[in-house]
Design a protein around this ligand. Sequence first.
Ligand code: FAD
Length: 399
Amino acid sequence: MSTVIVIGASYAGLAAALELRHRLPVSDTVTVVSANENFIFHPSLIWVVQGEREPADISFPIRPVLEEAGIEFICAQLEAINPQAKTVSLSSPEILGYDKLLIATGGEWEWDAVPGLWPKPRGHTVSILSPWDAMAARNDWQALLAHPGPVVIGATLNAGLYGAAYEFALNMDIALRKAGVRDQTSITFVTPEPFLGHLGHGGLGNSRQIIKEAFSNKQIAAITEAQIERVEAEAVILAGRRQRLSSKFTMLVPPFQGIKPVRATPNLGDERGRIPVDDTYRSAGYPDIFAAGVAIQVKPEASSLLPCDVLIPGTVSAEMGRVAAANIAADLGHGWPVRKPADALKAFYVLDSGSHGLFMSLGSQSWLNVQLNVPGPWSHWAKVIAEKYQMWQIQSGRY
Ligand SMILES: Cc1cc2nc3c(=O)[nH]c(=O)nc-3n(C[C@H](O)[C@H](O)[C@H](O)COP(=O)(O)OP(=O)(O)OC[C@H]3O[C@@H](n4cnc5c(N)ncnc54)[C@H](O)[C@@H]3O)c2cc1C
């Protein structure tokens, strides 16, 4: 009888837990611990600020999904990991022993990376990175409609979630047009990437050309290789060139580090708390600890003047979780090990611009490498269908 603990119940953690339950005998226990009772479909957060989605539309409780599958669920915060004793301490407060541990906790946003970067009222930005932040940003959206002015959207040094920033900028253009105030505003996109669509990967297919064209069509100005010095109440100040961008509405994706308990465990995370793993998603430091999703260390292969992290989509995070689960099961005597490095995993990303879309299907095999740029609102509908399908898949335990 073995005990496997999965920390985190999002793309990587849920996919891993369901795969583990499928591969392990019922005598083995699979327990999921997560700080949140709900699964949140992140790609649709870009639509919450302008009221196209309510948080309830894009989230659901995970306990019934897990319990129906025979997986124990504990809603609690991971506080400490003791790899020598093979235990985890929770906020509940509980100490659980494990035979194998899978860390799928994503990470923490580094809001202190730039002065003024925190969402209001602590700083001067709005955030779309959680349903709570996006709801809080609705007031700022209303204020912008009442008194239109310049908008700045983008990413800081070491950020990786470029896709969300691009989509938010493109959708902001549409929302301002619908509200009839686009001519009274400007949108400026600032990014450390060497070119638009670099995404930390050196570009994905023709992402550079597609995003450049989309921005040009929508009159979105772009500043690449930009380092933000500070954010003020109505301005974004760029370092080096000392450029001052006026802004009435600022949304910037911050860098991302591993969670505190990972950073506090010697030899588990790197200097940013991201977990180095091998091709089986086993931690480099501890053979009984695995990690999957955005919690792992993925080093950018493409060079850039300013540091850029790598975009890791939800589909890739889930796939990592499944591979890690297969290897945990193999360790416990069920099935064979599977080796799949992060850059060989299937990725699927629809970048919605409302009127033009980028569909990216990426993988190590050439037939998987497809990037399409198709005019028309299809990308919006593809994203809506992906939302409905993936939420159904997860909610029905078929993920
Ligand atoms: C606004 C936005 C838009 C996005 N758009 C897209 C898109 O269009 N397409 C796409 O493919 N990807 C998109 N992504 C990226 C995608 O959401 C990530 O790749 C994915 O969330 C990573 O999944 P994960 O399971 O590794 O981590 P996360 O989703 O970050 O989940 C971490 C889990 O760990 C739990 N946790 C964290 N800390 C603790 C702790 N201390 N104790 C216990 N539990 C803890 C959390 O509650 C959560 O359940 C977007 C992300 C955002 C924020």
